[in-house]
Design a protein. Structure first.
Length: 547
């Protein structure tokens, strides 16, 4: 399905940024030229957080598995442009499933791991999904069981597939397909969909943000739009040949796909998947594989650098709307700041020495930033025309990487002006040299809710004097929700009772706090507002000391 207007397609093709190459074609090009090169690796400690032995595949082996699974999708009746959901931890099997779906011409809708059944159902309904792939059990949850229960409530969902060994009854196991011989499954290599001149203009994925009314909004992005997005960090990093990446972000959105999967596909290197549990483990993984690049939440970069022995590794500091304010660095390691603009765009800029991230101005943004005539992958504009003249300025974006078309079945419009700029509705932080950041640190959450709304939910638990939700940077989700609870005098905080209360209130998984702080009072600013940054800093400092 092509959603981009023909006039826009022609303009990007004329600029040379858009072409005829699909994401699958990028992979197949490396697989044909270097079949024995290592392509994908599970972390060596996989067994410590997810069932099953760690896997690693060469490009040739991965290409064969992708073809087998793509053939299977076609054999069971899935057709090009059908939407297939994908909820899986960071594993080789998860990446293979995503690439196989793209090879079969399907539209992949990666779902955040922190979503539970009601979130998944709402998103898949809006996407009009025909199938769902559930990953292995993770964090005490059986993703397969949750997927099967979701299918029971959504009649239009024709297939539920399971990865790994722990696949419940009623879910089709894909492990046997991946282990089958190429002869038994057939070969799509000569009959793949999306091989025409417009193949790269078709929608490849649906990633997720929220509408102004708080509903999940699927953002449709074509192959060409993903390639344009990935080119920015890829060109800014100046990577060596066949680089090694360590990716602690789930492959579900702009950070994981745009700055992780895409540079890997563009470079033909090796992707080492990582499940973040501590900075110490992340640094050890980088050192063990001799990584050339690693992604890390921006506010944790300084702590990570102290633990890295590999001085050649480039660090991508990921900044999103909820990230804490950056601080100067103490090293001169190559570092690229990545400003994630929701699911619409991202800006990559090389950090100069130990200075703060470089501000950027309105206008066209090319890459690499060191080149005067680099391709203009994005254009930004600061919207100062707020209704009534009040409220913060917001960022507007357009260009080759910007997904500006909503998925038809979602029935929600992406806010676009007459000039083709998408208003992200994200507030900008300004300095004398331009835009220094996007979003208000610690004031927005990565789900479909607001932190003040969570304050009210948590504070309604019997015996609470006051409560506050706050965010702490996390390598896989971007941020985790924490709760600071202040019991009334004479009340003992019942942790188990609190979680039972949230379950009874049908709180979504994204609304359930990862950890709870029991305090005698909430820290507050001079104006009386809860100081969420102080709460986040308290937890981050504790994590850094432990890691």
């Amino acid at each position: 399905m092509i959603l981009t207007p023909l006039k826009t397609i022609e303009a990007h093709q004329k600029s040379g940024i858009w072409g005829r190459v699909t994401l699958d074609a990028l992979f197949r090009k490396t697989a044909m030229a270097h079949p024995d090169r290592l392509a994908l690796c599970d972390p060596a400690d996989r067994a410590g957080w997810i069932p099953g032995a760690a896997r690693q595949l060469t490009y040739g082996q991965a290409d064969e598995e992708i073809t087998q699974l793509a053939s299977f999708f076609g054999a069971v009746g899935l057709q090009p442009d059908h939407v297939i959901g994908l909820q899986t931890p960071n594993t080789v099997d998860g990446v293979i499933a995503l690439l196989a779906a793209l090879r079969a011409g399907l539209v992949v809708a990666p779902l955040p791991l922190y979503w539970r059944q009601k979130n998944v159902l709402e998103a898949l309904s809006r996407a009009g999904a025909k199938a769902l792939i559930a990953g292995e059990s993770f964090g005490g949850r059986s993703l397969g069981l949750e997927a099967r229960d979701a299918a029971a409530e959504m009649f239009s969902l024709r297939f539920v597939f399971g990865l790994g060994r722990d696949v419940p009854d009623g879910v089709m196991e894909l492990g046997e397909v991946l282990g089958a011989s190429a002869d038994s499954m057939g070969d799509l290599s000569g009959n793949l969909p999306r091989r025409g001149t417009d193949a790269a203009d078709h929608v490849a994925t649906l990633t997720w943000t929220q509408s102004t009314s708080g509903e999940p909004l699927p953002i449709a992005r074509s192959h060409n739009q993903w390639i344009a997005a990935g080119l920015m960090p890829y060109l800014e990093l100046s990577l060596p040949e066949a680089p090694k990446f360590v990716l602690p972000y789930a492959v579900t959105g702009m950070a994981g796909i745009g700055a992780g999967l895409m540079p890997w596909l563009l470079s033909g290197g090796t992707l080492h998947l990582h499940q973040p549990r501590s900075l110490r483990r992340l640094a050890a993984h980088v050192d063990a594989v001799g990584a050339d690049c690693v992604l890390c939440p921006g506010s944790l970069v300084g702590s990570l650098e102290k633990r890295l022995d590999n001085m050649e590794c480039r660090v991508v500091a990921v900044w999103s709307a909820h990230s804490a304010a950056p601080v100067p660095r103490a090293t001169n390691r190559d570092l690229v700041d990545l400003h994630v603009i929701d699911e619409f765009a991202m800006i990559a800029r090389r950090r100069e020495g130990s200075a703060l991230p470089r501000p950027f101005r309105s206008g066209r943004i090319g890459s690499p930033s060191s080149a005067a005539n680099g391709p203009a992958l994005l254009e930004i504009e600061v919207d100062t025309e707020m209704e009534g003249g009040s409220g913060p300025n917001t960022l507007k974006v357009r260009g080759a990487m910007v997904a500006d078309s909503a998925w038809p079945s979602s029935r929600v419009r992406i806010p676009t002006d007459k000039a083709g700029f998408v208003d992200t509705l994200l507030p900008v932080r300004m300095s004398e040299h331009g835009v220094s950041g996007v979003g208000i640190p610690g004031n927005s959450a990565p789900g479909v809710f607001s932190l003040p709304a969570l304050d009210a939910l948590y504070g309604a638990f019997p015996g609470m004097k006051e409560a506050a939700a706050f965010l702490v940077d996390d390598g896989i989700l971007g941020a985790r929700v924490y709760a600071a609870l202040v019991p009334q005098n004479g009340f003992h905080l019942d942790i188990e009772g609190f979680f039972a209360y949230l379950d009874a209130e049908r709180a979504g998984l994204a609304e359930i706090p990862h950890r709870i702080l029991s305090l005698t009072a909430l820290p507050r600013k001079e104006n009386g507002a809860v100081d969420r940054s102080a709460l986040s800093d308290r937890v981050s400092l504790r994590h850094a000391a432990v890691a």
